[in-house]
Write a protein that binds this ligand. Structure first.
Ligand code: TGC
Ligand code: FAD
Length: 397
């Protein structure tokens, strides 16, 4: 019997997609492959972000795509996930830019902002006239954001706030026009500080955003700090619609959902590259894909990707029905980033020495995925969140 025509995937979700989701997915794929892929390696090696693409991300409707109104595309969760997958298929740092703008900077304004804040910021953020960032992590407060020290004190007859503190590891901060900053404040009549969100604008006195240098991961993404030194923030810049840790955590739930899809994209890229390479590379007289050990690696990557994609789609439909809960998003982020990181490591071995070279793209994914494993809740923190859901026992402290 002749060997069947080789095909890269045995599982597809194409028949589960609506027509508009299929079109959005395919145009995101084409854009990322023709506009982002050709420039990404040079930016990664230089440690620069391809700023020239920001306007094109907006034109493609990527910025704020999951939100309705205010100039946003109002896409459903599966179409949003597909865009994140295609962005991260090229580079996690590029997906980071779009997911921070959408899920961490625009979402809190959309979900918790006043009508005036929404009108002022969201249309500009959708067109990339205004870039946002999200300030939660601090030097002494990472996995445990409830321990943050940044604080806001209300003062004067106008009731404006004075913010003091430092945020670190903030994606996009050096190029941001506004930062959504989470800070503790004492509300009238209470002795217990509560976390509130504030829109801090570039140009406010005492506010600076120094860039973080020396990253060996996510090099095509700009990272920095937020330094708040007696910054006077008008009281109208406080997000009125949320109080407490659930404010920032609910934004993270939106972003983590996108990362769950993004991880599959990175895994697909490294798997497809390893498959092509091993089918062409000849050692001991035949393509190395013909050896059993190589096939085992390909099969394991393929099967993990298939499961990750099915999980992302399943949770996407639950989200569309308003039934996805945060701990399921923890599971999606944890599983799919882990599988991507494992695939990148395996794929790297399959290219031998070429696996460490930038032009083969796998080492870049592998280095990026170390960050993705850690941000938006570390792998371990999501393990504990799932463990708490399974047992009813919190093992965080
Ligand atoms: P806990 O008592 O569990 O919860 C406090 C309140 O928050 C609610 N909540 C959530 N709401 C929505 N979504 C979630 N995922 C939520 N998790 C919790 C919860 O219901 C509760 O509400 P209420 O009304 O009862 O007050 O809080 P905890 O202090 O025990 O913390 C739990 C823990 C450890 C899971 C949480 O602190 C956590 O997730 N830590 C990780 C921190 C983190 O993820 N940081 C990310 C920083 S931003 C970032 O990395 C951006 S990278 C951007 C990029 O480039 O892509
Ligand atoms: P820590 O919390 O100190 O954790 C160190 C280690 O201890 C981890 O392995 C962790 O899992 C483990 N650990 C901690 N607590 C426990 C526990 N209870 N049980 C078991 N193990 C535990 N933050 C933002 O606010 N906005 C951003 O835009 C942003 N962008 C980022 C971009 C990059 C490139 C990076 C690297 C980070 C970014 N972050 C951002 C911060 C990121 O969310 C944090 O790095 C992450 O939450 C972990 O915090 P930490 O680095 O302080 O590590």
């Amino acid at each position: 019997m002749p060997a069947p025509e080789p095909r890269p995937y045995l599982v597809s979700i194409d028949h589960l997609l609506e027509e508009d989701e299929r079109l959005i997915w395919s145009s995101a794929h084409d854009f990322c492959q023709t506009k982002v892929l050709p420039v990404i390696e040079a930016h990664y090696e230089a440690g620069t972000f391809p700023k020239q693409l920001i306007g094109e991300f907006a034109e493609m409707g990527f910025l704020g795509c999951s939100l309705e109104g205010y100039g946003c595309a109002g896409l459903g969760p599966v179409a949003y996930g597909a865009i994140m997958l295609e962005l991260e298929r090229v580079d996690s740092g590029i997906r980071s830019f779009c997911s921070v703008q959408t899920a961490l900077a625009m979402y809190p304004i959309w979900a918790y902002g006043s009508e005036e804040q929404k009108q002022r910021w969201l249309p500009k953020m959708a067109t990339a006239e205004a870039i946002g960032c999200f300030g939660l992590t601090e030097p002494n407060s990472g996995s445990d954001p409830g321990s943050m020290r940044t604080h806001a004190k209300q003062q004067g007859p106008g009731g404006d706030f004075v913010l003091n503190g430092q945020k670190m590891w903030i994606t996009n901060s050096p190029i941001a026009d506004l930062a959504v900053v989470w800070a503790k404040t004492l509300e009238h009549g209470s002795e217990t500080p509560v976390i509130r969100g504030f829109i801090v604008e570039r140009g406010m006195k005492g506010f600076s955003t120094p860039e973080t240098h020396g990253k060996l991961s996510l090099r095509a993404s700009i990272t920095g700090e937020l330094v708040l030194d007696e910054v006077v923030v008008p009281k109208d810049n406080m997000l009125p619609g949320v109080r407490g840790l659930k404010g920032p955590l609910s934004c993270l739930t939106q972003a983590r959902y996108g990362i769950g899809w993004g991880g599959v994209g990175a895994a697909m890229d490294v798997y497809e590259r390893a498959r092509r390479y091993t089918m062409e590379r000849v050692q001991f007289g035949k393509p190395i894909a013909g050896f059993q050990l190589t096939q085992q690696k390909l099969v394991e990557m393929h099967d993990e990707i298939a499961k990750g994609l099915l999980l992302a789609h399943h949770f996407g439909r639950l989200k569309q029905a308003g039934k996805l809960d945060p701990v399921q998003v923890s599971m999606l982020k944890r599983e799919n980033v882990q599988l991507a990181r494992n695939c990148a490591r395996t794929a790297r071995t399959m290219l031998g020495g070429n696996g460490i070279m930038g032009e083969f793209h796998i080492m870049r994914h592998l280095c990026n995925l170390e960050t993705v494993y850690t941000y938006e809740g570390t792998h371990e923190i999501h393990t504990l969140a799932i463990g708490r859901a399974l047992t009813g026992l919190a093992a965080f402290s």
